[in-house]
Design a protein around this ligand. Structure first.
Ligand code: ZN
Length: 315
């Protein structure tokens, strides 16, 4: 709106003058709210992060969420470490289905503590199974000794879950993590680069289904994620699709007449075969009446038209 002469150098962020005034007012209000709600004990890095935001989060809870959103790979590591602390529930196996807590597809990470049979109840994270404390934090910094009964997720686990379920949305973070190099070709990543699972998820389900649960989560997290250039990704996906199709064919219901049992058709032999008189055995004998009815021709020239069968005698 302004011509830029007033506010252009007031902030380093290139915001217009009116925008920066709006932001300053909003941030002052948020800061006041945050100060009022902030407990005496609060994770220092979270507060530092909050105060460095262009738009300051107005509550401790939002400050924690903002912190994990800015540290997705750290959240991924933490969520898997917390899950390892819980381990898989006794007797649990990874299943797919429509029952509550089960995922319908192997594309979603298995989460045993979301299944009603294994849930640890309110105050425990449904993803990792560990207790949740104030503001969705994973450690009891406040020494209350009891988890926050209103919480069912760690803030870090929410962020990790989002990464695991939709890694393509974090392509920017993952690109930076790889220093903008394609992990397959070693070339610089283009704008169109795509997120890929090193070990494709269909193979995780097929080959690693029985791996211990917290380890399984690694297939959805950073250890199994890579950004590759589009052309590399297309080639990899098509190779994987070919491999799956070949496997489907091999596992298909066997034919009632498999080549393995009867042998492939030997076309050379079929072509060389001359039909023998005894192979006509099943043909009916031609009668004189049949010959009478038939048209006779010599090549294309009709020699004699066959006689129509006599009409049935009148009664
Ligand atoms: Zn958790």
């Amino acid at each position: 709106m302004s011509d830029g002469s007033a506010g252009s150098s007031a902030t380093g962020s290139g915001a217009t003058g009116s925008g920066s005034i709006w932001r300053d007012t909003r941030n002052a209000r948020s800061r006041a709210r945050l100060d009022r709600a902030l407990p005496a004990i609060f994770p220092v890095p979270v507060l530092q992060h909050a105060l460095s935001r262009p738009l300051l989060p107005p509550t401790p809870r939002l400050a924690v969420e903002s912190y994990w959103r800015a540290h997705i790979l750290r959240a991924d590591r933490l969520a898997r470490a917390l899950a390892a602390r819980s381990g898989a529930p006794e007797g649990w196996t990874w299943r797919l289905g429509t029952e509550p807590g089960l995922a319908a597809s192997f594309r979603l990470p298995p989460s045993p503590y979301r299944e009603p049979a294994h849930t640890r109840g309110r105050g425990h994270c449904c993803l990792c199974g560990q207790p949740v404390f104030r503001f969705g934090w994973h450690k009891d910094l406040w020494g209350t000794g009891t988890p926050n009964k209103n919480a069912a997720w760690h803030s870090a686990c929410v962020t990790a879950w989002k990464l695991w379920c939709a890694p393509a949305e974090q392509v920017t973070v993952l690109k930076r993590h790889q220093r903008h190099r394609c992990t397959e070709s070693g070339k610089r990543l283009f704008k169109t680069a795509e997120v890929d699972h090193r070990v494709p998820l269909y193979r995780v389900w097929r080959e690693h289904r029985t791996a211990p649960w917290p380890e399984l989560l690694g297939y959805w997290g950073a250890p199994n994620l890579q950004v590759v250039n589009r052309v590399v990704h297309v080639a990899k996906c098509s190779a994987e699709a070919g491999e799956r199709a070949a496997r489907r064919r091999a596992e298909a219901v066997p034919s009632a007449f498999p080549a393995s049992a009867f042998g492939e058709t030997d076309f050379a032999r079929v072509d060389a075969h001359v039909i023998q008189p005894e192979e006509y055995d099943e043909r009916p004998e031609l009668t004189d009446a049949m010959m009478e009815r038939a048209d006779r021709s010599d090549g294309p020239i009709l020699v004699r038209r066959g006689r129509a069968p006599k009409p049935a005698p009148k009664r």
